[in-house]
Design a protein around this ligand. Sequence first.
Ligand SMILES: Nc1ncnc2c1ncn2[C@@H]1O[C@H](COP(=O)(O)OP(=O)(O)O)[C@@H](O)[C@H]1O
Ligand SMILES: [Mg+2]
Length: 483
Amino acid sequence: MIALTVAQVARLTGGSVVAPAGVDPAAVVVDGPVVTDSREAGPGGLFVARVGEHADGHDFVAAAVERGAVAALVDRPVDGVLCIVVADTQEAFAELARGVVAALPALAVIGITGSSGKTSTKDLLGTVLAVSGPTVAPVGSYNSEVGVPLTVCRVTADTRFLVVEMGARGVGHIAYLARMAPPRIGVVLNVGTAHVGEFGSREAIARAKSELVAALPGDGVAVLNADDPAVRAMATATAARVVLVGEAADADVRAGDVVLDRAGRPSFTVHLGGTTRTVQLRLVGGHHVGNALAVVAVATELGMSLEDVCAALESAVPVSRWRMEVTDRADGVTLVNDAYNANPDSMRAALAALERMGEGRRTWAVLGTMLELGDESEALHAEVGAEAVARGVDELLVVGSPAAPLAAGARTAAGARAAADPASGDGPPPGRTRVREVADADAAAALLRDELRAGDVVLFKSSRDAGLRLLGDRLAGPTEDLT
Ligand SMILES: Nc1ncnc2c1ncn2[C@@H]1O[C@H](COP(=O)(O)OP(=O)(O)O)[C@@H](O)[C@H]1O
Ligand SMILES: [Mg+2]
């Protein structure tokens, strides 16, 4: 973090200092990591004691101090520790973040939201902006009321760009995050169905995402996906200048000639203000085109040349794990581990990439449940099953009973397809997807171990299913011998 004395932190957070005898809070400087997890504490750091559902951070203050934290932000004093005592550590943490951003007027803060692709775009933008200057865009998915202040508190005096992922599970959440880390540039990627169970409706999701652009100042920039009507409509919700990105003819940053190569990696032409440049990404999946366009819009707004931005995009490799992570095994099996999370939109994006990668090869989709879809869950699972069939998946493995509607949707679609277009000649019959259900990742592992053969392409995808994630890892590991 930027160097602040404990007395300054207390002023920013409205807290009072409780100091052990002889310790002067105006002389103790916080310039190390600001953490909520004591295991991540380090010299010069500040420990924020949150009271969560499962644990009370106050129990870990001593452990954080042992690792070098010089003070703790708490709601009750802890003996022998230099404490900043506040009424609510969450609110105080938000105020601290706000104070840090305010202390750095030259810092460019970029907020990113959307139903899918926040982390991927944050990573991509972080990679590109780092070419231009010191950038904070932490690996992983720090997009909550805790993740955002943790991200902000990573900046140092020389940081020029701060890329903040902003997630929402309800109306008002992004407005709150934007108060902690007021962005000058805001990116809205898409409005999908992620968390529709919690929001209640897509309209509520759109309203929540629009809070980001509503928070932008008049001299700010709203980067909006021109191809998503719900995002495009947010142009009226902001005082900032609007930059449209997408394949739409009127997009300010426009992609044309989008093609996926045999490895599922997109290439496209970027058009920006009369200049054109072709880009070949190393990332897998057509959905990265939209993410990359948003990066072009932001990075050129921040002074980078189109050429520099595109060169950096072309060198970018996956940063955060389990997002379309491809492993080509020596035995000719290709694994695509996209099991970090799943919603209907990202399922579709992944299946489209699998279709391309699987041309002339046997494809497997090992799919688990998508969480937090509320009343629409069953229908949305069935749609994804139908999509797998439409994308010509050969072997569909549905993992876990909550995902059963996905298997049912696939069976219905496969039956309809076979009936509409009966097999003829010697090619594989249409609607040939074989649908099987297994109880869990271990059962999937056993089946794959028996049946995978050279040339197969296997996609793993589910919502926060650590079992499936690890299965993908295990099969990708050097010790796994499946032949
Ligand atoms: N623009 C996009 N549209 C649809 N799916 C996407 C997009 N960008 C990434 N994805 C996919 O969505 C899933 C989540 O990606 P991630 O970047 O972690 O998003 P988030 O942080 O919004 O949850 C991954 O499977 C990823 O491959
Ligand atoms: Mg994320």
